[in-house]
Design a protein around this ligand. Structure first.
Ligand code: GAP
Length: 449
């Protein structure tokens, strides 16, 4: 791991149930991670926010949930069978394997030997067999991107929704890549999730739509961040463009090892629809009655739409927001001495638990009041947690590390005058409010966050 922050983050993620090494008890499998009780909530909140911004807050995008197992025809004609590879180099001395661009002055980064094989293409797609006979005759790939099934479903979605162009199809789901060297915790892994959208536009308008989506996506990422200055764009050079793209921007984040990719926003031209139409015989085109055909000058124009693709990694987004949230602060402890407070300043709408309800002691009717309050939060659709273990100070610290934005404490005064305290995670300020208004106060703060 390149920096202290990264090590501390990995340790916090395990300690607080965000992320675990997959197959942990058997020593783990490289490039695979499991998402624990906090991680799954954070991931779901991130995906829901993306879905909301793509589907519910605009009227030109439809959703899709296609299969992970993808027939070979799709990935052959999309170009993935031939080109979705990285240059692999073997070190003949220590037997380690590297991507060619990871070599250290043409020597092995592990043992420094210069006795290396020539780079050869290594296809990153995972293959599996379909059906009971495993003789290689019937196989499928685990999709390396969610995008291909969007293209193959273009006509299904168009016909079933009667959309007119421009319109988009959005999908969230798993993708798999047999990365040669998974690295940097959940940054580059072998099983991950993507949030992708293909926005289909008229040929000739792709440049303006590409810039439009680049800006919308940047705004979206920055809207949940404490430090928006850590995001930037990078334009792809011609020689790094994927085989289907005519232009691409990366939205980059400043990770502990420097700026690196978070999301790609690409102009995929009509490459994919044309290829699939050509090889499947399906009519993956669009007829615009209002336009004139530019070649014939006649009314009505049939063309293959161009695709603008914002393609983000869910799990990579999670890493960005975990890094953005991680703060260490020096605060006085109960004895007035300096102590370190680790606090995850996650955006309240992304936070796994929105509010923790803490009875100061486990007696005098306080647990009952707290549990009733938690039920009220659940009924309102707010993820709350009842927590009575350890001292109140330890409980606050635990929820600071989990990123819980609000803690409500039920104490002796609650039974006398019906008030509770609400503590803000970031400022640590506490306010006394009426017990009966706690739900509205939390709802209001979440809406305004
Ligand atoms: N459909 C286009 C596409 O898949 P990509 O740049 O290869 O483009 C899109 O992937 C996003 O998916 C990346 O920006 C990154 O966030 C995420 N991603 C790609 N490979 C990944 C990996 N091995 N581990 C984690 N996330 C990955």
């Amino acid at each position: 791991m390149p920096s202290k922050t990264m090590e501390e983050l990995v340790s916090l993620c395990k300690r607080r149930g965000f992320i675990f090494q997959s197959n942990d008890i058997y020593g783990g499998v490289k490039g695979l991670y499991d998402y624990g009780p906090m991680g799954v909530e954070l991931k779901n909140n991130l995906k829901q926010s993306w879905w909301k911004s793509m589907i519910y807050e605009r009227d030109d995008v439809e959703g899709l949930d296609a299969t992970i197992l993808t027939g070979p025809d799709v990935l052959k004609h999309s170009g993935h069978e031939d080109t979705f590879s990285d240059p692999l180099v073997d070190c003949k001395s220590c037997k380690s394997r590297w991507k060619a661009d990871q070599l250290d002055n043409q020597s092995c980064p592990n043992c420094k030997s210069k006795d290396l094989t020539d780079p050869r293409p290594f296809n990153l797609m995972f293959k599996t067999s379909i059906g009971p006979v495993d003789d290689g005759s019937s196989f499928a790939y685990l999709r390396p991107e969610t995008a291909q099934q969007i293209f193959t479903n273009f006509k299904n979605v168009l016909d079933s929704t009667n959309r007119t162009l421009p319109f988009g199809i959005a999908q969230i789901g798993k993708a798999f890549r047999n990365e040669i060297t998974p690295r940097n915790f959940i940054f580059r892994v072998r099983e991950f999730e993507q949030m992708e959208m293909e926005f289909f536009v008229e040929p000739g308008t792709q440049k303006e739509w590409l810039d439009y989506w680049r800006d919308r996506r940047m705004e979206w990422w920055q809207s949940f961040a404490n430090d928006p200055s850590k995001f930037r764009y990078r334009t792809h050079e011609k020689d790094e463009l994927a085989h289907y793209a005519e232009a691409c921007y990366d939205i980059e984040y400043e990770y502990p090892w420097g700026f690196d990719e978070l999301e790609g926003v690409a102009s995929r031209t009509d490459y994919d629809l044309k290829k699939h139409a050509e090889h499947s015989g399906a009519k993956l085109s669009y007829f615009d009655q209002q336009k004139q055909d530019p070649d014939t000058g006649k009314n009505g124009w049939r063309y293959t739409p161009y695709g603008i693709e914002p393609a983000a990694g869910v799990t990579r987004g999670l890493l960005v927001y975990l890094l953005d949230a991680y703060h260490e602060e020096t605060v006085p402890n109960a004895d007035g001495e300096d102590s370190t407070r680790v606090v995850m300043k996650l955006h309240p709408r992304l936070a796994p638990i929105k509010v923790a309800v803490l009875p100061l002691v486990k007696k005098e009717g306080l647990p009952e009041i707290a549990r009733e309050m938690v039920s009220g939060f659940f009924k309102a659709g707010i993820n709350a947690r009842y927590d009575e273990q350890h001292s109140i100070g330890k409980r606050y610290r635990r929820h600071d590390e989990a990123g819980t934005p609000y803690c409500i404490t039920i104490d002796g005064q609650t039974t006398e005058d019906g008030t509770v305290t609400i503590r803000d995670r970031d400022t640590m300020e506490q306010e006394r409010i009426s017990k009966d208004e706690a739900l509205q106060v939390v709802q209001k703060r979440l809406i305004e966050s």
